[in-house]
Design a protein around this ligand. Structure first.
Ligand SMILES: Cc1cc2nc3c(=O)[nH]c(=O)nc-3n(C[C@H](O)[C@H](O)[C@H](O)COP(=O)(O)OP(=O)(O)OC[C@H]3O[C@@H](n4cnc5c(N)ncnc54)[C@H](O)[C@@H]3O)c2cc1C
Length: 471
């Protein structure tokens, strides 16, 4: 929707107010504070309302971005929220954590000369505005009102499972999500820290799905508590969606990785986020290192580094390529630097040494040089022989990737898997090699993004509806 008063042609985005780095590096409160109404309206007026909407095609859930931004420009923030939630059930989350710079904002015409429209910040604004109104959810649908006894089971309550369940509930199906942990949300709850994604927001968006009739059974491990076959045969579910993520950490297999004080990023973050190890009265054990080395360069590494910093450590991030290749979002890297985190680029650990008590004392790294691109298309790091150097560290956090847990594969016959452990599923429908079983998100793609997982969950919901109704 073009702006009647003409667009705001300022070349830069309205800045996001943030907590002062010196203060925030000592607390877990949210870093980015959100736009005010006038900042949001001013930013929204930067949208040109393009006819061909490149931002929409680059959004994995195809939100009608110009339409919702047009409503913000016009001051109807509730309408903007209503438009977004036609496509995305978790806007307050996506507005905070989506890599907009490579998706919707990456193709924004305003980005050709100047900065793109701050689409993510506006999405967050609309969702926060709505949530602050505390209106009862009047979109409540009684579960299974339309589809009688046809119930669908969803394994995992991360973004893939939530999106699939939410879309099926909207269509009138009864849906039960089975979640292994005691709290719903997947990585949104156990991985991404409070200072980037407050847990009250995650819970609020999940409550919205529950209001629409989605049931969530926590502490239920599919493959142990119940099998997928039991979901069909004993409990009568007509279809199952697997959104079990990729939560199994990888290690480097270097000497010293079993020393006390070496964590996988997932364990470290789970202790902090899910088990609240950072709170004063928490009984969760956590090793508060004074000198922490984080190995890796993705969002997970940034989160681990910034959490360790907030627990009082000096933190160094060790990454084997250069700053240019860092896979983490630029904003997270900048925030980490502002908070005093140091980066060692072109460096890779070869061993970790310990003290007489079995605790980490040093990490030994080699210098790397970049060579021809590897199969991922990125320059391949090659070690420089004889370049080993020691760095003092009393805690090492490995953040070099994750893969899917093999439990579901080992307890479900006929489910074809990739060699690396991902479930093989059709990209458009999520259909797996077994009739009635669909899958999506990190369990299929390996570690990816929230919005891609949600997109997969949404597509699978359409396919499950078609499968059950025979259309
Ligand atoms: C620390 C961290 C930071 C990240 N930061 C970002 C970011 O800023 N932006 C972004 O877009 N992406 C980010 N990601 C990636 C993103 O969070 C994931 O791609 C996304 O959560 C995948 O969603 P999913 O639903 O497939 O899996 P998950 O979120 O992993 O959820 C899977 C759920 O399934 C449950 N489960 C697993 N096995 C079973 C079982 N057998 N039975 C029952 N339940 C089971 C798990 O407990 C979990 O709750 C980050 C990831 C991490 C780890």
């Amino acid at each position: 929707m073009p702006n009647a008063a003409g667009p705001n042609m300022v070349l830069t985005k309205n800045e996001m107010p943030v907590q002062d780095p010196k203060i925030r590096s000592g607390n877990f409160f949210e870093v980015a504070l959100g736009y005010t109404e006038s900042q949001a309206a001013d930013e929204a007026k930067r949208c040109l309302g393009c006819k061909n909407k490149p931002c929409v095609s680059d959004c994995p859930v195809n939100i009608d971005i110009p339409a919702f931004i047009g409503e913000i420009a016009a001051g109807d923030f509730e309408k903007a929220y209503e438009i977004i939630t036609r496509y995305n059930a978790l806007p307050a989350i996506c507005g905070r954590v989506c890599p907009q710079e490579t998706q919707c904002e990456g193709s924004c015409i305003r980005g050709r000369r100047g900065e793109p429209v701050a689409i993510g910040r506006l999405e967050r604004f609309a969702a926060d505005y709505h949530n602050a109104q505390e209106k009862p959810d009047d979109r409540k649908i009684t579960a299974a009102e339309k589809h009688g006894g046809n119930r669908v089971a969803v394994v995992g309550s991360g973004p893939a499972g939530l999106a699939c369940a939410g879309n099926l509930a909207r269509k009138g199906y009864g849906v039960t999500i089975f979640e292994a942990l005691h709290v719903e949300g997947g990585v949104l709850s156990y991985g991404i820290p409070e200072f980037r994604l407050p847990k009250a927001i995650v819970q609020k968006e999940i409550q919205g799905l529950k209001n629409r009739g989605v049931e969530i059974a926590v502490n239920t491990v599919i493959g142990k508590t119940l099998t997928i076959d039991e979901l069909f045969d004993t409990y009568g579910y007509k279809a199952v969606f697997i959104g079990s993520g990729a939560g199994l950490p990888k290690f480097m297999n270097i000497p010293g990785e079993n020393l006390n004080g070496v964590y996988s990023a997932n364990e470290f973050l789970t202790r902090i986020n899910l088990m609240k190890a950072y709170t004063v009265d928490s009984s969760t054990p956590i090793h508060r290192g004074k000198k922490v080395a984080v190995v890796g360069g993705g969002n997970v590494a940034m989160d681990a580094a910034r959490c360790a910093r907030r627990l009082g450590a000096e933190v160094v991030v060790i990454y084997r390529r250069t700053e240019k290749e860092l896979p983490a979002r630029l904003e997270e890297v900048e925030h980490a630097k502002e908070e005093g985190i140091v980066f060692q680029f072109l460096t890779n650990p070869v061993s970790i040494t310990g003290n007489e008590k079995g605790w980490v004392s040093k990490i030994i790294c080699q210098k790397m040089v970049l060579s021809e691109p590897d199969e991922s298309g990125r320059a391949r790091p090659v070690p420089l022989e004889g370049s080993e150097k020691e760095t003092e560290a009393d805690c090492v956090i490995m953040s070099i990737g994750t893969s899917p847990n093999p439990l579901i594969k080992s307890t479900t016959a006929g489910l074809d898997m990739q060699k690396w452990g991902g479930i093989i599923a059709d990209e458009k429908t999520g259909q797996t090699s077994r009739r009635g079983i669909f899958a999506g998100g990190d369990a299929v793609t390996g570690a990816a993004t929230v919005i891609l997982a949600m997109g997969a969950g949404k597509k699978a919901a359409e396919a499950i509806d078609a499968y059950i109704t025979g259309k």
